[in-house]
Design a protein around this ligand. Sequence first.
Ligand code: GLN
Length: 489
Amino acid sequence: TTSNEPQMFGHPKGLFYLFFAELWERFSFYGMRALLTLYMVQEIFKAIVERDAATAVVYASYGSLVYASTVIGGQISDKILGMRSSIFLGGVLMALGHFVLAIENNIAFFLALALIVVGNGFFKPNISTFVGSLYEDGDVRKDSGFTIFYMGINIGGFVAPLLCGWLAAAYGWHYGFGLAGIGMLTGLIFFWSGIKKDVFGNRGLPPSVEVYEKKVLGIPQKTLIPILAFLSAPLIAYLLSCWQQNYVSFIFKFIGFAVLAYIIYIMVKLDVEARKKLFMAVLITFFMTLFWGFHELSGSVITLFASRNVDLTGIMNASQTNALNSMFIIILAIPISLLWAYLAKKNLNPRTPYKFGLGLVLAGLSFYILSISGASADENGMVPFAYLFIMYFIISIGELFMSPVGLSKITDLSPKNVVAFMMGVWFLSSAYAFQIVGFISEQLAVESTDVNVGGLDTLSIYTDGFLLIAKYALGAGLVVLAFSPLMKK
Ligand code: GLN
C-alpha cells in the first residue's frame, strides 16, 4: 500500500518525480505553443492573404489531434505497453518533434507537429494516470496530489513562453523551438531517474508480459507499437498540411460518434452504480470541452490580439503573454484548494457541477473584460495591457474551478481496467475544444496583403468577437448552474 512506501512532504515520493517530468514536458509543449500561431502567420503562411484562416485551421487541427491521440495512447497503455513504456515512447517522439520544428522548412513543420501529436498521445494521459495510481481508492490526499501536479504543469507553462518567446524574438524562431526540445529531454531524464531510484513500486509495468512480448507479424508488440507510432507521423503530417480541405475537422465528427458509441458499449456491460459514474464522467467532460473551447483561444486569437492590438511596450512580447495563464494558476492553485478544504470543513464545499458552472461563468466574464477594452484604445487601436492581464486572472480562476477537480474526479469515476482510456476521454474535451477554437479563429481571421496588419484595422473584429464569446460562455455557465441540483445525485 502507499502508506508503506517512501513519502515526501506527506505525499508518495513518486509524485515528485512525476511532477518534474510533467513540468518539463509541459515546458516543451507550451514553449512551442506560445510561438506556434505567430510562427505560422509570420513565416509559414506569410505569402498568402488568408494566412489567418490557414493558421486557424492548422492550429485547431494540431490541437485536436494532440489531445485526441491520448485516447489511443491511453488504450494501448491499458492493454499492452503499460504506463512506463508509453511515457518513454511519448517523450522521445515529442522531443524529436520539437527538434524537427527547429529545422527551417515547411515540410519539416508539418512532420514536427505530427510527431508531437503522436508523442503527446503516449505521454500525457499516462503520466496523469500514473499520478492517480500513487494513491489508493479514497485516499484524501489525492486531490491535493493533483493540485501539486497541476502546479508542476503550470510552472512549465509559465517559464517556457517567457524563455522561448524571448529566444525566438532575439535569435530566431528555431532557437525557441530548440529549447522546447531540450525541455522535453530534461523531462525524460527526471522520469528515468524516478525509475532508477525505484520510487514507483511495481506501478506502470505492462499489464501482461505475454501480451507485451506477443509477436504480431513476427515482431513483439513492445517493438511493433513504437514502429507504428513513428510510421503514423507522415500520415498525420499529410492531414495537417491539407488545411484547405480541413480533413481533420471532418474526421473529428466521425471520431466523436465512434467514441460515444464505444462509451455506450462499455456502459451497457457495467452494473448500475458504475454506469452512473461513467455517465457523470462523460458529462463533466462535455462541460470541460466548452470551457477549453474558450480558454484555448489564448494560443491563437488572443495571441494575435496581443500582437496586433495590445500595447505591450516595455512589458513583454506577444508570445510571452502566453505565460500569464500559468502564472495565475501558480499563484492561485493553493489558495483555491485551501478554500475548498475550508468550505469542506464547514460542509459547504460546492459539488463538482456547481464548480463547473461557476468556471464557465468566469470564462464569460473574462471575455467580457477583453471585449470592453476597445473603449480604452489609443488612436492606433492599441488597448492597455491591464485588460489582458485581468482577463487571464479571471479565466485562470475558472480553470482552477474545473480542470484539476475534473482530473482527479475522472480517476475516481473510471473502472480500474479502463482508467487510462478514460483519461484519454477526459482529454477529448481538449481535443474537441480545439474544433471550437478553429471555428472561432476562422470567424475572426483577417485577410490582408500586409503581414503586419493590426491596429485600427483589427480592433473591432476582435472586441466584437470577444463579446459574442462572453455571451455564449455566460449562457452555458448559467445552464449548468441551473441543472446542478439534478446532477448532484
Ligand atoms: N493546462 C493543462 C495541461 O496542460 C490543461 C490542458 C488541457 O487539458 N487542455 O495539462
